[in-house]
Design a protein around this ligand. Structure first.
Ligand SMILES: Cc1cc2nc3c(=O)[nH]c(=O)nc-3n(C[C@H](O)[C@H](O)[C@H](O)COP(=O)(O)O)c2cc1C
Length: 192
């Protein structure tokens, strides 16, 4: 059966480094997947309002565009989250989306449900500045919790720096980076 891939694009800008990276990655490695790409800025959704409605019923009680996103997450085999680095973390748009995953946390830790851990997760980050030691650390921590919440069995990150000087385009360098990551990471074995 064709595997389902959910691609989440968390940049404020269309067709710039974050989205280009996402598109190149999908085209290069997930050609045969059933791909659903969501542009987060096209959604209309609230921040998590900390109502803990999801502790009382096993769903998010806030009714907005996120209502249709949860089934897409639940039914996916692979989730790719692409975000630019803003102030050493994911964009506010991405973080607001991720906070709405509190539903899964509540179901696991408050409602004591056993949820499946059956997905693969990929965090794609682009940072405008030249590479520094902790450039991606904040984003990695946020995405780690996202991937744990939605039930990934394994996840990994792909990261590109210096994108303010060198906007992400389909170059040999980027393809080599993606393919090297692919070769060196056992996580891909379950999808290839
Ligand atoms: C509000 C804001 C904060 C940013 N903070 C960082 C940062 O902390 N580190 C970094 O490397 N780049 C930072 N950047 C640069 C972006 O990561 C870079 O421009 C990236 O390419 C944006 O993604 P896009 O091309 O998809 O819009 C920031 C940009 C903005 C707008």
């Amino acid at each position: 059966m064709t595997k389902k891939l959910l691609a989440l694009m968390g940049s404020e800008r269309r067709h710039r480094s974050t989205e280009n990276f996402l598109d190149i990655f999908i085209e290069e490695k997930f050609k045969d997947f059933d791909v659903k790409k969501i542009i987060l800025k096209d959604l209309s959704f609230s921040n998590c309002i900390s109502c803990y409605g999801c502790a009382k019923v096993p769903r998010c009680v806030v009714k907005d565009d996120m209502t249709d996103i949860y089934p897409l997450i639940d039914n996916s085999d692979v989730v790719i989250f692409a975000s630019p680095i803003y102030f050493n973390s994911v964009s506010a748009l991405s973080k607001s989306f991720i906070d709405r995953m509190q539903l899964y946390w509540s179901r696991k830790f408050l409602r004591k449900e056993v949820l499946p851990k059956n997905k693969l997760g990929f965090g794609l980050f682009v940072g405008g500045a030249p590479l520094t030691d902790q450039q991606f650390l904040g984003a990695e921590l946020v995405l780690k919790h996202f991937f744990m919440a939605i039930g990934t069995k394994k996840y990994t990150y792909l990261e590109l720096s210096d994108t303010d000087k060198r906007e992400v385009q389909k170059t040999e360098e980027i393809l080599t980076y993606i393919n090297k990551h692919f070769e060196e990471n056992s996580l891909y074995e379950s999808i290839s």
